[in-house]
Design a protein around this ligand. Sequence first.
Ligand code: RB5
Length: 155
Amino acid sequence: MRIAVGTDHGGYLLKETIIAVISETGHEALDFGTDSEDSVDYPDFAEKVGSAIQSGKADRGIVICGSGIGGCIAANKMQGVYAAICHDVYSAQQGVEHDDMNVLCLGGRIIGTELAKVLVKTFLEARFVGEDQGQERHKRRVEKVKKLEKEGKQS
Ligand code: RB5
């Protein structure tokens, strides 16, 4: 898979580790910055990752900011982006398997590099099960989420 990676300055120190894991596991990393610890705005990097998914340049994405929260909120504003912060292995796996999560968000100031590596590997190995026999309920639920995305936008 092609994996779009975007971080702000709070996630920058994790970025090279994550890009290395993506390559080592046979995937292609698309690096959307940032490229230093200089202060930048997390929505700009979440947008780059989301746009890569929307255009089909990337299959999935990883967004990293200090806490994971701002990047996650921003990414989820983009149509077709299903992002979640997963700082435990169970969520990194089930978020894809049951919820069709396509963007993993991490807090670079919260987790260490070893946990980040395991979370990224888990995210990349997981597959949505909603098309599998006996697992249709997950597809039904994701379709309901997509309906909310389409119809629930007005305030
Ligand atoms: C940047 O200082 C910080 O606010 C940002 O990385 C992120 O944690 C926002 O959610």
